[in-house]
Design a protein around this ligand. Structure first.
Ligand SMILES: Cc1cc2nc3c(=O)[nH]c(=O)nc-3n(C[C@H](O)[C@H](O)[C@H](O)COP(=O)(O)OP(=O)(O)OC[C@H]3O[C@@H](n4cnc5c(N)ncnc54)[C@H](O)[C@@H]3O)c2cc1C
Length: 394
């Protein structure tokens, strides 16, 4: 095996999954994560399809099952919290033979992390600041640690990937903004009835809340904008104020939820964007997960695609005995067409997720209510959730 020393930037879903698989296939991964500990994300993800299949191969399905939030119903409500439309989520998951979970993103990353080999080197609280490629190695500079050589460097550091910025150029070249911002955080209060995911819309805005446990709820906001907002990305207080301004006076439970936002330990605010690149690799450096192919939350599949991408990248490195040129080319050949299609579907879905008019909200509710018909549910699963990627056994 050639090129065994692999630096992975990012301990999210793609980074931890990649470390798991390359280690299992005989490589020596090192992970560098900018946060001082595993990042806590106060939002839930739906996780199914090929991602479920990969996690089954990792043996983590029982742990994921324990972390499942048990959401049984998704309800679309009006300002007085009266239900206008509902989707029987438990039934939808049954139709997928139970091979679907709704869990916190941070729980998925933590569970993969807990299944990593003890001897994997993990550096928290540091980041790559420079990458110099040589014919036989990559010299990597860090903010806090000494420069080190690796055989390969993989950017698994998300939508705003530093590896992508350093090697492939500015984010603006690859980021496609789709006119929405999102925010999420957890609050110490039980806002929903048991296992109901409550969603409230006014034109161009959506607020949602669901319980994580008896005392904690997770809030999720999304809103449409004409153009990108100007704000300091490090200034959480300014981001919270933007959110407050957007949702001032919209009704429902918004004021109460936002009043509790200052105590949230995990406030998240970002653009809803996709990352679109023609080439995911340059010499000894490659990318995986949101860093190269972020489909955005509009797809509801970013985590699934991150774990699958990591599996294929690791598997192709194994198949090529570490010949990175062959492996990186094969990884992209197998996976990119699948991803391009997921990104296309996600873009089409944007208008239904956050309708921009009262008529659009009414129409969305009518459509959701048709989901009680089995053939409509099947059509929905086929259209949005079915994954057709045949995964190799590496
Ligand atoms: C509100 C919301 C809802 C979503 N819902 C769903 C859903 O229902 N289903 C679904 O499948 N997906 C969903 N997604 C998408 C999903 O969360 C992402 O696609 C997925 O987390 C991508 O994994 P990743 O490992 O590539 O990136 P991330 O999970 O973002 O992880 C990147 C990691 O890199 C670290 N990092 C960042 N910069 C650096 C640096 N300079 N150096 C070192 N480390 C760094 C970060 O701290 C983080 O740990 C949702 C996303 C959002 C925002």
């Amino acid at each position: 095996m050639e090129n065994k020393y692999v630096l992975i930037s990012g301990a999210g879903i793609a980074g931890t999954a990649l470390a798991y698989w390359v280690k299992r296939f005989g490589f020596n991964p090192t992970i560098v994560e900018v946060a001082p500990a595993l990042r806590q994300g106060g939002y839930a993800i739906d996780f199914w399809g090929s991602g479920f299949e990969v996690s089954d191969r990792m043996g983590i399905v029982p742990a994921l099952s324990r972390a499942d939030l048990g959401i049984s119903e998704v309800s679309f409500v009006d300002a007085d919290n009266r239900r206008k439309a509902a989707m029987n989520y438990a039934k939808l998951k049954q139709m997928m033979n139970g091979r679907a979970f709704t869990l916190l993103r941070s729980d998925l990353a933590r569970i993969i992390y807990e299944h990593l080999d003890d001897d994997i080197d993990i550096i928290f609280g540091d980041t790559v600041t420079g990458i110099v490629q040589h014919s036989d190695r990559v010299a990597v500079q860090f903010r806090n640690s000494k420069t080190r050589d690796f055989d390969l460097v993989i950017g698994a550091d998300g939508l705003h990937s530093v590896v992508r910025n350093l090697v492939f150029g500015d984010e603006a070249r690859y980021e496609k903004f789709y006119g929405f911002y999102t925010a999420s955080f957890t609050v110490k209060h039980n806002f929903s009835n048991g296992k109901e995911f409550l969603i409230y819309n006014v034109p161009g805005k959506q607020a949602a809340i669901y319980s994580i446990d008896e005392n904690t709820s997770a809030a999720f906001f999304i809103f449409a904008v004409e153009g990108k907002l100007a704000y300091d990305h490090h200034d959480l207080a300014a981001q919270k104020q933007l959110l407050r301004d957007e949702f001032a006076g919209v009704g429902w439970k918004c004021a109460d939820i936002l009043a509790r936002m200052d105590d949230a330990p995990d406030f998240y605010f970002d653009v809803v964007s996709q990352v679109q690149m023609d080439n995911w690799s340059q010499d000894r450096v490659s990318l995986v997960g949101d860093a190269c192919d972020c489909p955005s939350l509009l797809s509801g599949q970013g985590s699934t695609l991150a774990i699958v991408g990591a599996y294929i990248l690791a598997g192709e490195l194994k198949n090529a005995n570490g010949n990175y040129r062959q492996a990186f080319a094969e990884y992209q050949r197998i996976f990119k067409p699948f991803l391009d299609e997921k990104q296309r579907l996600a873009r089409n879905f944007a208008a239904s997720l956050v309708p921009k008019s009262s008529f659009g909200i009414w129409l969305r509710n009518k459509t959701v209510n048709l989901m009680f018909l089995p053939f409509v549910s099947k059509l929905f699963i086929k259209q949005f959730l079915d994954h057709k990627l045949e995964l190799k056994k590496y």
